[in-house]
Design a protein around this ligand. Structure first.
Ligand code: PLP
Length: 452
């Protein structure tokens, strides 16, 4: 029900137990104040005080078909009643069907699916496969990226805020990928940015030694780090460099995959086929933890007669796979990918560009489908961010005020550093988008007060 009965007493008890016993991710435990959530449906969730929020963050950018889709809930219930769990080394109906549906949608010959429990372990395994396939140690990944919180995935992540203090030699080398708004290459056009970024990458390969590099891993469109859509030709250029030097090309589609960009996979926007592709999140709208690696024929062959040294107890868990089968079928039947493409182009993009004209705090608008970022700045001329890198406390006041204003207007925003991302469920309706965009408009007026 979208008008739940408020129950503040239960909410207070939930909050108290959380504060006493739950240790939260990426947080100083005493400085956080998590909202107690009572329920969710479609694009909305609500708290125990009866406040309802339109979720423009899709959780952590994963509820691609919204909350509590009845067909997915039913599929999980049916699977639980029939066969709630089974070990990995067996052929199971839900697992086989999920793999088939995924392989049918991935580009090129990415036809074998290794299932994991989420995105980070998908990245771990993709990198392991690349190292074993090539016999080489190093991995190149981009600054301004996010690849997950486990040891190797967090080292690959191109964001020093995420690196644990035990971060050390890991065989990971970072490079700059294209991002015209904050160009590292003194570029003025997308063409220059693309050409110089590719030149920089090839120079990095040369100085690191091509025969030492197992993989280049990129998010097809970097998500958490700011939704920087790569210029035309960049990913095709990376593909060429990988072919030239015998390097495995890994695309991380954990966030960009499964309809987010208005294609099943973002790689299809750019007509590129990687050797390995990671996925998670949207594969089953996050109803049960699931991720995986889609593997090309060439790499699958390496492990034809030779055992792959890696696995997980819950690889291809029946509940997660049943949820994936139901989710993919819902996406196909209800035209969810097309919805993201059409409403992204017809509603979100024009509305965000119009907001950028009226609000002095909006420095840049970028994205595609249901995958958009607004970069907030103090000064549009100098592009000085509205808050400094890794700001906390008082230094982060402008973004905190922006987020509070959005929430006061019933909008749950995705906020990261000086950005807000517009990443609603891919099956969001036009009316919901308009409601959220109006609340965003009001919240940006608060951000404007902090501009020069
Ligand atoms: N890769 C990308 C591109 C992601 O966006 C994320 C999570 O946000 C991950 C990997 C890690 O996924 P998980 O949190 O499921 O481990």
């Amino acid at each position: 029900p979208l008008s739940p009965q408020p129950n503040p007493e239960v909410g207070a008890a939930v909050k108290a137990a959380d504060r006493a016993h739950v240790f939260h991710s990426w947080s100083a435990q005493e400085l956080i104040d998590p909202l107690a959530v009572a329920g969710a449906e479609g694009s909305y969730f609500w708290d125990y005080d009866g406040r309802r929020y339109l979720d423009f963050a899709s959780g952590l950018v994963y509820t691609n078909i919204g909350y509590q889709h009845p067909k997915v809930v039913a599929a999980i219930q049916e699977q639980a009643a029939r066969l709630a769990t089974f070990a990995p080394a067996f052929a199971l109906e839900a697992r086989s069907e999920a793999a088939r549906l995924i392989a049918e949608r991935t580009p090129g010959d990415l036809d074998k699916i290794f299932f994991t429990n989420g995105g980070a372990d998908a990245v771990e395994h993709a990198v392991r496969m690349a190292r074993l396939h090539t016999g080489r140690p190093k991995v190149l990944s981009a600054y301004r990226s996010y690849h997950g919180g486990t040891q190797q995935a967090v080292n690959i992540t191109g964001d020093p805020r995420r690196w644990p203090s035990d971060n050390g030699t890991s065989g990971v080398v970072h490079f700059w990928a294209p991002f015209l708004y904050r160009s590292r290459f003194y570029a003025e056009t997308e063409e220059q940015e693309c050409a110089r970024a590719l030149e920089h990458l090839e120079t990095t390969i040369a100085f690191e030694g091509p025969s030492s590099i197992a993989a280049i891993i990129l998010e097809t469109i970097p998500g958490t780090a700011g939704i920087m859509v790569p210029p035309p030709g960049y990913l095709a250029g990376v593909r060429e460099l990988c072919d030239k030097y015998g390097i495995v090309f890994v695309l991380d589609e954990v966030m960009a995959g499964f309809g987010r960009t208005g294609e099943w996979f973002a790689a299809q926007l750019f007509d590129v086929v990687p050797d390995l592709m990671t996925f998670a999140k949207g594969v089953n709208s996050g109803y049960v933890p699931l991720g995986g690696v889609a593997i090309s024929g060439k790499i699958a062959e390496t492990f034809g007669k030779r055992a792959y040294p890696g696995g997980l107890t819950y690889s291809g868990h029946p509940l997660a796979c049943a949820a994936a089968v139901a989710t993919i079928n819902v996406m196909a039947e209800e035209g969810v990918v097309e919805n993201a493409r059409r409403l992204g182009a017809e509603v979100v993009e024009p509305a965000l560009r119009e907001l950028a004209e009226r609000h002095s705090s909006v420095g840049d608008v970028r994205g595609v489908g249901m995958f958009w970022a607004l970069e907030l700045v103090k000064d549009r001329e100098t592009r000085e961010p509205l808050v400094p890198y890794n700001a906390a406390g008082e230094a982060n006041a402008p973004m905190a005020a922006f987020a509070a204003a959005a929430k006061a207007n019933g909008l749950w925003p995705f906020v990261n550093m000086n950005r807000t991302h517009v990443v609603p469920p891919c099956n969001v309706t036009e009316a919901e988008l308009k409601e959220g965009l109006a609340a965003l408009d009001a919240a940006l007026s608060v951000a404007d007060e902090y501009t020069k």
